[in-house]
Design a protein around this ligand. Sequence first.
Ligand SMILES: Cc1ncc(C[n+]2csc(CCOP(=O)(O)OP(=O)(O)O)c2C)c(N)n1
Length: 332
Amino acid sequence: MIAAEALSNEQLVTLLRNMLIQRAVDSRGFQLNRQGKIAIAMGSEGHEAIQAGAGLAFVRGKDVLYPYYRNTGITLACGLALEDLFRSQFSRATDTTGGRSIINHVSDRKKGIASISSIIATQCTHAAGAAYAFKVRRERDRAVLCTFGEGATSEGEWHEAMNFASIHQVPVIWLCENNQWAISTHISKQMRNPRVAARAAGYGIEGVTVDGFDPVAVYLAVRGAREKAVSGGGPTLIEATCYRFLSHTTDDDDRTYRTRDEVERERSNDPVPRFERVLLERGVLSGDEVEALRREVAREVNELTDRIEREPLPEPASLYGNVYGGADDPWI
Ligand SMILES: Cc1ncc(C[n+]2csc(CCOP(=O)(O)OP(=O)(O)O)c2C)c(N)n1
C-alpha cells in the first residue's frame, strides 16, 4: 500500500516524472547501443522507485551524492542535467570528463554529484570520508547519500566504510538497491542472511528494509535517515528491495543465468505502472495528464538524443590530457 497521502501532489508528480525519465533514458540507451551509436548501456529498469524516492529526499546545494553505475534516475533526480547524461552516453567532448569515462559514469561537482567508479564499493569509503569532513568542519546541515547494489556489500571496502562511518557517527545515508542479482551471481551466493539491512547490527547502527518498488516508502526512509544524520544521529543503512528487469548491461545476456518466468513474475510488480495507478486512483492526475507527461518525456529524450549526437567527439590529440603533468596537469 503506497502512502501517497504523506506527500503533496506536486511531489507525487515529480516522483512519477523522474521514474518515467529514467525508464525512457534506459530504453533509449539500449536502442542506441544496438544501433552501434554508443559503446554500452546499463539498464536500471526496476530501480526507478528507489531512485526517484531517494532523489526527492536529497537536499540540493547541501547534500552530496556518491552514486554507482546503475544510477541514471537518482543522478537526474538530484539535479544532473539530462543533456549531460546523454553527453556521457555518446562520449562527446562536451561531457564533464571530455568523453573519457565509461558511459553513465557522470559527475557534477557543483551539484554535489561525485564521480562514479566502476570498481564496486569504492564510492562507499569516499562517502564515509566526505561525511567525516562535514562533521569535522561542523557543517551540520549537510548529509551524504551513498548508493550501491547488494553485491557491493560483499566487498571489504564496503565493510570498512560502514565501520568507519559508524565509529565516527558521521552523517551518511547508506542506500542499498537490492535487486537480487550481481550480474549472474544470485544473492543466495553472496550472503546467508538475505536481509542486507541486518548487517547494520554488526556496526551498531540502524538498518531498515523498504519496498523499493514504492517511491514514497523510499522517500520517507531516506528523508528520515537524513534528518537523523544532520541532527548528529549517525548513519543508517537502508535496504530497498527491487529487481533488475533487463540484463546487467548490453554486454550481458541474462537468459544464461535466470529464467524468463522469474523475470516476468517480477515484472508484474513493475513500479512505474504501479505508481501511475496510484496517482490515477487518488485523482492526482487524469489518464490524459499521465499520457501527456509520457509524451513530454519522450519528446525531451528524442530531442536531446538528436542534439547531443551532433556534438563533437573528443579530439584525438586530447588523449593524454589530464593524464600526465604539464599544461594538462589537473593538479597545478
Ligand atoms: C571490485 C570489483 N569487482 C568486480 C567487478 C565486476 N562487477 C561489475 S558490476 C558487478 C556486480 C555488482 O552487483 P551489485 O553490487 O549487486 O549491483 P547491481 O549491478 O546488481 O546493481 C561486478 C561483480 C567490479 N567492477 N569491481
